[in-house]
Design a protein around this ligand. Structure first.
Ligand code: NAD
Ligand code: LMR
Length: 328
C-alpha cells in the first residue's frame, strides 16, 4: 500500500457527508490500493454528531481507511491535505434559488480559502460542492493567492450526470453509450446542458432527437431544475447523488478522462468561448496527469451562444455581489 492520500471534507456531519465519507473510505475515490486519511471539518455544535459518524466509519473496518481526524478549525484540519471537498454550507429550501445563499454561505469560503493557502499540501486540489458552488469556489480561490487558480473547481458533475441520465431515458440508449456531454455556465437554473456536441452511440444527440421544442422546453428545464424537483419530492436537497457526483469529479481529476470523451467541471475561465476571464464557469474539460484543460474548438450555434451568455451573465452578477460583500 502507498502513502495515504489526505482528503478533507467540510460539512462532514451533513446529509451529503453521510454518503460521501463512506464512499471515500471504501476506496471509491482512489481505488482499493490507495489508503486515505480523512480530515473532517464541522462547526462546533455539529462535532458531537460527527463523532457518531466516525464511530460508524470505524465499525465498517474499511481496509483503505488509514485514519480519521475531526475538528472545527480549518487551519488544523486542512494541514497537509491533498484534496479538499468543500461541502459544508447551508442548503436551499423550497422556493429559494441557489443564488439566495450567497450571503449566508459566501462567508464560509473566504476563511477556508485562506486556511488552504496556509497549510494544504503543494498538490492540493479543491472541489466546491456547497452552494452557490461556482461563486463559493471563486471566493475560496481569491483568498488563496499562493495556490494556482487551476486547483480550484466547482461541482457541475451532478448536472452532467442528470443530463446523461435524461438523454439516455429519451433515446433508450445506455448511459455508457453517451459521450461528450457538456454543462456550460453556472450550477443554477440558467445552466446549459448542450446536446449539440453530446453524442449517442457516435451520433450528435440534437440530430438524433431532431426536436428543438423538446430540447428547449422539456430537456433543458428538467436538467436545470432537477435540484428543485428533488427538494419538492424529498423535502431536502439531493444528497446521495451529490455525494456520488463529488466522487466522480474528484476521481476524474485524479485519474483523467478516457480517450474520446470529456466531463463538465466548473473551472476558472481563461476567456475560452467568450466566458469572462476569472469567472468559475462550467466547461467541457479533459484531464490528464491531474491537470484539466478546456476542450477547444467547439462550434456554438446562436441558440447555444445565447444560453451560455445568459448563464455567464448570472455568474458575473454573483461575482459582483460577493465583491460588494468584501469576500473577494
Ligand atoms: P446539510 O445542511 O445536511 O449539511 C451541511 C453541513 O455543513 C452541516 O452539518 C453544517 O453544520 C456544516 N457547516 C456549515 N458551516 C460550516 C463551516 N463553516 N465549516 C464546516 N462545516 C460547516 O447540507 P447538505 O445537504 O449536506 O448540503 C451541503 C451543501 O451542498 C448545500 O449548500 C447544498 O445546497 C449543496 N449541494 C450542492 C450540490 C451541487 O451539485 N453542487 C448538490 C447538492 C447539494
Ligand atoms: C442540486 O442541484 O441538487 C443541489 O444544488 C441542491 C439544490 O439546491 O438544488
Amino acid at each position: 500500500m502507498s502513502t495515504p492520500v489526505k482528503v478533507a471534507v467540510t460539512g462532514a456531519a451533513g446529509q451529503i457527508g453521510y454518503s460521501l465519507l463512506f464512499r471515500i473510505a471504501s476506496g471509491s475515490l482512489f481505488g482499493p490500493d490507495t489508503p486515505v486519511e480523512l480530515r473532517l471539518l464541522e462547526i462546533t455544535p455539529a462535532l458531537k454528531s460527527l463523532e457518531g459518524v466516525v464511530m460508524e466509519l470505524d465499525d465498517c473496518a474499511f481496509p483503505t481507511l488509514a485514519g480519521v481526524q475531526i475538528g472545527d478549525d480549518p487551519a488544523t484540519v486542512f494541514d497537509g491535505v491533498n484534496f479538499a471537498l468543500l461541502v459544508g454550507a447551508r442548503p436551499r429550501g423550497p422556493g429559494m434559488e441557489r443564488g439566495d445563499l450567497l450571503e449566508a454561505n459566501g462567508g464560509i469560503f473566504a476563511p477556508q480559502g485562506k486556511a488552504l493557502n496556509d497549510v494544504a499540501a503543494d498538490d492540493i486540489r479543491v472541489v466546491v460542492t456547497g452552494n452557490p458552488a461556482n461563486t463559493n469556489a471563486l471566493i475560496a480561490q481569491s483568498n488563496a493567492p499562493d495556490i494556482p487558480a487551476s486547483r480550484f473547481s466547482a461541482l457541475t458533475r451532478l448536472d452532467h450526470n442528470r443530463a446523461i441520465s435524461q438523454l439516455a431515458a429519451k433515446t433508450g440508449a445506455a448511459v455508457t453509450d453517451i459521450k461528450k456531454m457538456t454543462i456550460w455556465g453556472n450550477h443554477s437554473a440558467t445552466q446549459y446542458p448542450d446536446l449539440f456536441h453530446a453524442e449517442v452511440k457516435g451520433q450528435i444527440a440534437a440530430d438524433l432527437i431532431n426536436d428543438q421544442d423538446w430540447l428547449e422546453n422539456t430537456y433543458i428545464p428538467t436538467v436545470a431544475k432537477r435540484g428543485a424537483a428533488i427538494i419538492d419530492a424529498r423535502g431536502a436537497s439531493s444528497a446521495a447523488s451529490a455525494a456520488s457526483a463529488t466522487i466522480d469529479h474528484a476521481r476524474t481529476w485524479a485519474q483523467g478522462t478516457p480517450d474520446g470523451d470529456w466531463v463538465s467541471m466548473a473551472v476558472k475561465s481563461d476567456g475560452s468561448y467568450g466566458v469572462a476571464e476569472g469567472l468559475i464557469s462550467s466547461f467541457p474539460v479533459t484531464v490528464k496527469d491531474g491537470e484539466w484543460q478546456i476542450v477547444q474548438g467547439l462550434e456554438l450555434n446562436d441558440f447555444s451562444r445565447a444560453k451560455i451568455d445568459a448563464s455567464v451573465a448570472e455568474l458575473a452578477e454573483e461575482r459582483d455581489a460577493v465583491k460588494g460583500l468584501g469576500l473577494i
